[in-house]
Design a protein around this ligand. Structure first.
Ligand code: TYD
Ligand code: MG
Length: 454
């Protein structure tokens, strides 16, 4: 059977179609399908002689499976997110919205590494060398020995980074600007991005250099985003943040060499990114504890506790269908909590608008925030402020029971450290510390919580 010459690839999700269509079956996006060369030029030519590999027994490797060799940046928030530094011979993808600070972070990391005597090459496909140097000056990094290159062609980049002494770390900013002579499609398409990334990964594996790839998150789906190469790289970090706020979070979503639930926290200043070693203090910084509807949630990000304020506003509605607006939390979880409050506690909110906000532009993903959200809602409805020195955590089930969550001791320790005197937590928690100064209030179920607040 003759091979089809071209294929049709969705630029949003990478689904391959046999013919062009207006809508992608894979992700439901419109106008994202583009015709591409299936092989991307790689291996298309005949005549390659297969080389026989060697299979070795797992047991004989035991002597070689020591810790992955890492390159520490000395920027502890970055090292924390990568699980202890960049791993030699591996590829890391750093994704994020345009303008969030990816280039800034990596230039700072490059400068820190160069100062430690590593050979670092920063390949920019988006900015000219002069622009990159200007940024480095602003970051106070201009005196470091980072090597700069402005290239977008994959073959040229490989020639540049293979020249001279082997680099310890290469930064490619960004994968969307990569294009290869061997791939037929336009720059920025899935095939071009994948071909370029594949070539960079191969370079890393062959030379033992650590490869850092920058990828812009694209909403429109017209340009291939970081998602289409996530499976190819060893680690994926996303740089997140809110434009209206100064802090930025580097979140690990995949890591073949370390934990995946760690975060690094930074603050954007006029001199670049500054490390934030105690994020709770940052998120609780502008707290107004005296008003009703505010509850402090003791959350966890990986191994690190993070305290944030959950704010609720419950007000009588003038609309037929009351409004439900959520920022920083899952809106379907809010609906669930409202339903449980109504069904098991007789708290009727059908005639009320409900607004929920997580302070500081932070995003909570843990169900453990249920108890804090319920407390904030009840507090706002009742018009009674919650005690300022108390934290809340616990998951709420549909039956109204408060279920235990993980890492109780760490959450309480952080709360105590930041001067909170008490906590409301699930009664079934296994590790409630006895004694100490903290006043730990064990909550059985949602009616129990409501009766204690209102
Ligand atoms: P940048 O690193 O260029 O973003 P990305 O590479 O993710 O697209 O960061 C751009 C933003 O960062 C820009 O809005 C300006 C801001 N910024 C600062 O606030 N301070 C600084 O020192 C630098 C270099 C940038
Ligand atoms: Mg950039």
């Amino acid at each position: 059977m003759a091979k089809p010459k071209t294929q049709f690839v969705c630029q949003n999700c990478g689904t391959v179609h046999s013919r062009w269509a207006g809508k992608c079956d894979g992700c439901g996006e419109w106008n994202t399908i583009v015709e591409e060369d299936p092989m991307g030029g790689i291996g298309a030519g005949p005549g390659k002689v297969p080389k026989k590999g060697r299979a070795v027994a797992l047991t004989t490797l035991s002597g070689e499976t020591e810790e992955a060799p890492r390159i520490h940046t000395g920027i502890s928030e970055l090292d924390r997110a990568t699980g202890g530094g960049f791993v030699r011979g591996s590829a890391v993808l750093v994704g994020g919205d345009p303008g969030i600070g990816k280039s800034t972070l990596l230039m700072q990391a490059a400068a820190a590494l160069a100062r430690r005597g590593h050979r670092i090459i920063y390949v920019s496909g988006e900015e000219a060398v002069a622009q990159v140097r200007l940024r480095a000056q602003r970051l106070g990094a201009a005196d470091s020995d980072v090597l700069l290159a402005a290239e977008t062609n994959v073959e040229d980049i490989l020639a540049t980074i293979s020249d001279g002494k082997r680099p310890d770390l290469v930064i490619i900013d960004s994968i969307q600007t990569l294009w290869s002579d061997t791939a037929d499609s336009a720059p920025g398409t899935v095939t071009q991005v994948r071909t370029g990334v594949q070539a960079m990964i191969r370079f890393a594996k062959q030379t033992g250099a650590a490869m850092v790839l920058v990828g812009h998150v694209t909403k429109e789906g017209q340009i291939a985003g970081p998602r289409v190469v996530e499976h190819m790289v060893d680690a994926v970090l996303y740089f997140e943040g809110d434009r209206g706020h100064h802090y930025r979070i580097l979140r690990t979503v995949k890591n073949r060499f370390g934990p995946t639930d760690e975060i690094g926290v930074f603050e954007m200043s006029d001199k670049g990114l500054r490390e934030v070693s105690n994020p709770s203090e940052l998120f609780l910084g502008e707290r107004n504890a005296k008003s009703p509807g505010a509850a402090v949630f003791a959350g966890m990000e990986g191994t690190r506790p993070v305290l944030v304020e959950v704010q609720a506003l419950v007000a009588p509605t003038s609309l037929g269908t009351p409004r439900r607006a959520v920022v920083g939390w899952d809106s379907s979880r809010l609906s669930m909590i409202l339903a449980v409050l109504e069904a098991h506690c007789g708290v009727r909110l059908g005639q009320h608008d409900v607004y929920l906000n997580v302070a500081g532009g932070y995003r909570i993903s843990e169900p453990a925030a249920d108890l804090a959200v319920a407390s904030a809602l009840v507090s706002s409805l009742a018009g009674l402020a919650l005690p300022a020195d108390r934290v809340y955590f616990g998951e709420i089930s549909l039956s109204g029971a408060v279920r235990p969550v993980s890492q109780t001791a760490q959450r309480l320790k952080e709360a105590e450290k930041l001067g909170f005197a008490g906590a409301m937590l699930p009664a079934t928690s296994s590790e409630i510390p006895k004694g100490g100064n903290g006043q730990w209030i064990a909550i059985e179920d949602l009616p129990d919580l409501v009766s204690r607040i209102a």
